[in-house]
Design a protein around this ligand. Structure first.
Ligand code: BES
Ligand code: MN
Ligand code: ZN
Length: 500
């Protein structure tokens, strides 16, 4: 898909035209009037017949009977002008992208509202890519989409065909593309089946991504993981023929700067979680191909980081493994050391995520980050607590919490701060090792976070339990069902807030 600035009027050379309208301005909207005139009054009639008011999420589609160049016009309501922000705009552009797919269109123009607002171009570019996303890698013949949306023009009410994009406008579009393509790359990782996306493949993809974007990549294979002393990652990974990997990508800005922040992201990368010997029930087990969503956004983020080139040092660390029952699988009752040095008694092999993360966090800590942030599809308990659309957010530092929650609010991703309740720490006490890795069933998302906290030392750390929003069984405003890439938009915003 190519996105550029273009014209959005009645003579726009495009299959489809989407016009974003607000409730208060619909009646006197100049572009609506222009189109209405060219259509011989049909648009205003449709608006009145359909009681279309421009309220948020309302849509009106009209066939143009070839009276104008676009075959169809879609009006998308944004609600009251005063309440239109980035989130509404992104969702509306996503709706247009989805519509273009449904219409099997090759080209789409979107009329935005405020000419002087470059941020709109970025947001709309993000939205249309996210909305048009489909996972078609394994579809053949009739099942393959016949047409791809190839060309998207973003324009403003009143922009003429000849309008030349300024450097700033081009940059805004390019930034939107970079971010959205990272999100769709993360979705691809999540949606890819577990027989294809093994830990080794994930590592290869990460390495390729790094090479393409001029980033440093370091991969530890099984022998490397053992040699490094990552005994917990080893324990989880050893029950599968698909051996584990530790993935480390890094980005350093070119120019030296003293006060520059260093951020290390860590992601849980279970390419499949059968539960191991404590095997999961068959129902829903297939969804556990999504148990690498944390790693997916962590790795994919780096493509966006390379293109946005923020003035922040960024590291991505993914602990990739497959949790399987096997003759060599780890068992309840086992005791392992860890990279940190603490010993851990295994209680339930299905609580594998916190183990691979423990070693990854201990590894990350050595990079002396200003901020250490992990994403993990960690607990079913978090889904019970917060539902499918909100991630559990934990932080051992209030300033970091504030920064991160702010970034999430701006990005339109729903986080809810959860407490690191010290009174639950007792349930991790073990008779034979420094600690157990699971506590009581009650407060399961919190005890998982408390376990992780043992491995972050004095780093300023935040943990996002994305078990709910990472993978959905129904479409959302920005995403079809399946992998969502949830978390990545906030990561980008957070990095941007740390710049300069
Ligand atoms: N990957 C799962 C958590 C999960 C469940 C993610 C549902 C997304 C949807 C994790 O490894 C797991 O199995 N956690 C256990 C922990 C328990 C054994 C302490 C859980 O939540 O049941
Ligand atoms: Mn599990
Ligand atoms: Zn898991």
């Amino acid at each position: 898909m190519k996105i550029a600035l273009g014209s959005v009027g009645a003579s726009a050379t495009t299959d489809l035209l989407t016009v974003l309208v607000t409730e208060d301005q619909l009646d006197k909207d100049a572009l609506v009037n222009e189109l209405d005139e060219a259509l011989g009054g049909a648009l205003r009639i449709a608006i009145s017949d359909e009681d279309f008011t421009g309220k948020k999420d309302s849509v009106l589609v009209l066939s143009t009977a070839r009276k104008i160049t676009p075959k169809k016009v879609q009006l998308v309501g944004l609600g009251a002008s005063s309440k239109v922000g980035e989130i509404e705009l992104r969702a509306a552009a996503a709706r247009a992208g989805r519509w273009a797919n449904a219409e099997k269109a090759a080209s789409l123009s979107i009329a935005l509202r405020n000419k002087d607002d470059h941020a709109q171009l970025r947001t709309a570019a993000e939205g249309v890519i996210l909305g048009a996303y489909r996972f078609t890698r394994y579809l053949t013949g009739e099942r393959r989409p016949k047409k791809e949306l190839e060309r998207v023009h973003l324009g403003f009410h009143g922009t003429k065909e000849s309008a030349k994009a300024s450097a700033e406008q081009k940059k805004a579009i390019a930034r939107g593309e970079a971010v959205a393509l990272a999100v769709t790359a993360a979705r691809d990782f999540v949606n890819d089946p577990p027989n294809e996306l093994t830990p080794a493949r994930l590592a290869e993809s990460a390495q390729k991504l790094a090479a393409e974007h001029g980033l440093d990549a370091k991969i530890l294979d099984f022998a490397g993981i053992r040699k490094a002393g990552m005994k917990l990652l080893e324990a989880v990974g050893r029950g599968s023929r698909n051996e584990p990997r530790l993935i480390h990508l890094s980005y350093k800005p070119e120019k030296a700067r003293k006060s520059r922040k260093r951020v290390v992201f860590v992601g849980k990368g279970l390419t499949f979680d059968s539960g191991g010997l404590c095997i999961k029930p068959a129902q829903g087990m297939g969804d556990m191909k999504s148990d690498m969503a944390g790693a997916a956004i962590t790795v994919a983020l780096m493509a966006a980081v390379a293109r946005l080139a923020p003035d922040v040092e960024v590291h991505a660390i993914a602990a990739a493994a497959e949790n399987m029952p096997d003759g060599d699988a780890y068992r309840p009752g086992d005791v392992f050391g860890s990279l940190d040095g603490k010993t851990v008694e295994i209680i339930n092999t299905d609580a594998e995520g916190r183990l691979v993360l423990a070693d990854a966090l201990a590894y990350a800590r050595k990079l002396e980050p200003d901020y250490l942030i992990d994403h993990a599809t960690l607990t079913g308990a978090c889904l019970i607590a917060l539902g499918t659309q909100t991630a559990g957010f934990y932080a051992n530092d209030d300033k970091l919490a504030e920064l991160y929650l702010d970034a999430a609010r701006g990005a339109g991703e729903s986080l809810w701060r959860m407490p690191l309740l010290d009174e639950l720490r007792d349930s991790l006490k073990s008779d034979v090792a420094d600690m157990k890795h699971t506590g009581d069933r009650y407060g399961g998302s919190i005890t998982a976070a408390l376990f992780l906290r043992e491995f972050v030392g004095d780093a300023k750390w935040a943990h996002l339990d994305i078990a709910g929003p990472a993978y959905l069984d129904r479409p959302s405003a920005l995403s079809p069902k399946g992998g969502t890439g949830f978390g990545l938009l906030t990561m980008v915003r957070f990095l941007e807030a740390l710049e300069g």
